[in-house]
Design a protein around this ligand. Structure first.
Ligand code: FAD
Length: 217
């Protein structure tokens, strides 16, 4: 998968980890607008960024063609999909580009809340679709309370991790203390629905589940 990171440092109010904004750009005299989560953390020295999955569709292409100095409007930050040290143990159930908001929270915890225990289950199609793979692996080296588990629906030969979608079996095995955790699930609506269903089956109270849907992929 191709994705591109843009630096928005001077253009928006400072967000909480996990929040999103509206981005408007112009193409052929027409305004195009989409939501994006911040992939950066408030701890990253005033640096603000988002990460867009390049889909080859209209908005994606227009964004990819932007040059420094081109017009864009940002409105935000918005959203309740945030973490500010409220919970001691987190479970992250994530699909594809949904990792952006989660990466923001993981970075925040690594820098500011290193005792927050995080188990991140991350589903993708193939190994090359894993966004922030190196970045998250680097974070793990500094944060022993961050555990990351991958599941790939169509892995290449030799893949030693889980195969298929994240399911109840994987969740129970990798997150045995699931009742003690607050869950953040982010990604395509179908993934978020599937994760909510698993948590419902496991009798995790709704008050311990926070979700963000990324439609349009
Ligand atoms: C709160 C929130 C946070 C989000 N955060 C992120 C984020 O961090 N990163 C990110 O990448 N996305 C994020 N999204 C999704 C993002 O807003 C876009 O919807 C998404 O990236 C799709 O962008 P696009 O460029 O493909 O859009 P578009 O060009 O509008 O395409 C959207 C969809 O329309 C269809 N489509 C469009 N043109 C064609 C065509 N010519 N032929 C066939 N089908 C077509 C396709 O199904 C395509 O996937 C977020 C969404 C929400 C609601």
């Amino acid at each position: 998968m191709t994705s591109r990171v843009l630096d928005l440092t001077s253009q928006t109010a400072f967000p909480k980890a996990g929040q999103f904004f509206f981005l408007t750009i112009r193409k052929n005299g027409k305004e195009l607008q989409k939501h994006f989560s911040f992939s950066s953390s408030p701890t990253e020295g005033g640096y603000i960024e988002f990460t867009k999955k390049l889909t080859g569709h209209e908005f994606s292409n227009a964004l990819d063609e932007l040059k420094e100095g081109d017009w864009a409007r940002l409105k935000g930050p918005f959203g309740e999909f945030t973490y500010q040290g409220e919970y001691e143990k987190l479970g992250m159930l994530v699909g594809g580009i949904g990792i952006t908001a989660i990466r923001s929270i993981c970075r925040l915890c690594t820098d500011r809340y290193p005792t927050t225990n995080i188990i991140l289950l991350y589903g993708n199609r193939t190994e090359k679709d894993i966004v922030f793979k190196d970045d998250l692996e680097q974070m793990q080296k500094h944060n022993t309370n961050l555990k990351m588990v991958h599941s790939l629906s169509t892995p290449s030969e030799g893949w030693l991790g889980y195969t298929g979608y994240i399911d109840r079996k994987i969740a129970e095995k990798e997150i045995p203390d699931y009742l003690d955790r607050t869950f953040y699930s982010c990604g395509p609506p179908s993934l978020v629905e599937a994760m909510k269903k698993i948590l419902e089956e496991l009798r995790v109270p709704k008050s311990q589940i926070i979700t963000e849907n990324f439609p349009g992929h």
